[in-house]
Write a new protein. Structure first.
Lengths: 208, 201
């Protein structure tokens, strides 16, 4: 008995499924929701430190270094940082210029990365002063962007929470220092942050 | 038969009235939600609850029932008197004061704590006032704001007290929260003064 093959027509169920698959595969984000109101301000503020790699690694380094230094630095540095960062933000809002902001932020990643790499333990006052100086640069950068936010209060809430959570990530990772292998891993992470700091510094000075 | 029944149902729809807004109970929910979804009220109220959680139980129990009453009085005044711009500035300063007190994590003298609770309740209540409402709508709205004040601060105080007393890291987390709140207030106050040139809503 001869076997007949039916040609695949456009009405074939398989054809419809293939078209649907093709449409799904080439889908693009709609961006139907504009960044507006509280949600827009909150998301843009929250993502600002996360999406800027220079901010991100410096914040994590603060937590890592605090964990290396132990009590009271482990909680004192992350508690002090938001207040000093806000002071930097106020400078930005008030229009007070701060020279070499990008270089200052890049140097924060470099110096804090080196502190973690070599597990340096200066007196608490020196550590707080160092972290505080860098917090001013980070705060200034955030503060100058605040007026343009969809909702400035929500933007401030977002970036302060985001910064605090990045510190927490550093502190949690820093608990690995309880074990010898973990100590080496954290120092290695510090080295990576310092290397990124070198790159950011060179880029901010226009060398790359 | 089923098709005819379906067609009949579709042709004879009635209003569902599923949402209480349409039954004049909407003002209650408007009052309940207003401070909860407004960051400029929600954050200081959270800070007040954290301050209360840092006090001894007797002091917190004495002062906390006063907060919803102060909010009610403030909201009633705010609904009848004209809006005052300085109230918004005081509410912004409350971020700094309450956040700073959480950061300091020190027990306060009971009388000072009661005065702080009353002042916070009155000023934030005033800002929650709704001059457009009157009569039953205003009563429902004020009831909603008062319930929100009671529920929010009581629940958050209990949670913070539990965190501080039951977890070794609880006090650090609360102090970090205070630092965040003070930092947010500092930034927003500066924005209000330097950028908008006046106290925002």
């Amino acid at each position: 008995m001869p076997h007949h093959h039916r040609p695949i027509s456009s009405s074939h169920p398989m054809c419809g499924a293939l078209v649907l698959l093709l449409i799904c595969a080439v889908a693009n984000p709609a961006h139907a929701h504009t960044e507006a109101g509280v949600a827009g301000g909150l998301s843009s503020g929250f993502l600002h430190p996360m999406l800027g790699l220079d901010h991100l690694v410096a914040m994590v380094a603060v937590g890592l270094w605090g964990a290396q230094l132990g009590k009271p630095a482990i909680w004192l540095l992350p508690i002090t940082f938001p207040m000093v960062m806000a002071a930097g933000g106020v400078m930005g809002l008030a229009g007070l210029p701060l020279p070499a902001i990008e270089t200052g932020i890049a140097l924060s990643a470099l110096i804090l990365g080196l502190m973690v790499l070599f597990s340096l333990r200066p007196p608490l006052e020196i550590a707080a002063l160092l972290v505080g100086c860098f917090a001013v640069f980070h705060g200034h950068a955030h503060g100058t962007e605040l007026p343009a936010a969809a909702n400035p209060l929500a933007y401030g809430v977002g970036f302060v929470i985001s910064t605090g959570l990045l510190h927490l990530v550093g502190i949690v990772l820093g608990t690995l220092t309880r074990w010898p292998a973990g100590t080496r891993a954290i120092r290695g992470l510090g080295g990576m942050i310092a290397a990124l700091g070198v790159y950011f510094s060179a880029a901010s000075l226009g060398w790359m | 038969m089923k098709r005819w029944l379906l067609l009949f149902c579709l042709l004879t729809p009635q209003w569902a009235h599923a949402h209480l807004v349409s039954t004049r109970f909407g003002e209650y929910y408007a009052g309940l939600l207003h401070p909860v979804i407004t960051l400029s009220h929600l954050i200081p109220w959270l800070a007040l609850a954290l301050v209360a959680g840092l006090q001894n139980t007797a002091s917190a129990r004495t002062a906390l029932p006063l907060f919803p009453l102060a909010v009610l009085a403030g909201a009633a005044l705010g609904s009848t008197l004209p809006a005052q711009q300085w109230i918004a500035v005081i509410n912004l300063i409350s971020f700094l004061v309450l956040g700073g007190l959480v950061l300091a994590a020190r027990p306060l003298p009971p009388r000072f704590f009661i005065a702080l609770v009353m002042a916070t309740g009155l000023s934030h209540g005033y800002a929650n006032g709704m001059p457009e409402l009157f009569g039953q709508g205003l009563v429902l709205y004020l009831a909603g704001v008062t319930c929100a004040a009671y529920l929010l601060v009581s629940i958050l105080t209990a949670a913070s007290h539990q965190l501080i007393t039951q977890r070794s890291w609880g006090i650090i987390a609360v102090r970090a929260g205070g630092s965040w709140i003070a930092a947010i207030g500092f930034l927003y106050l500066a924005f209000t003064l330097f950028v908008t040139g006046a106290a925002g809503s």
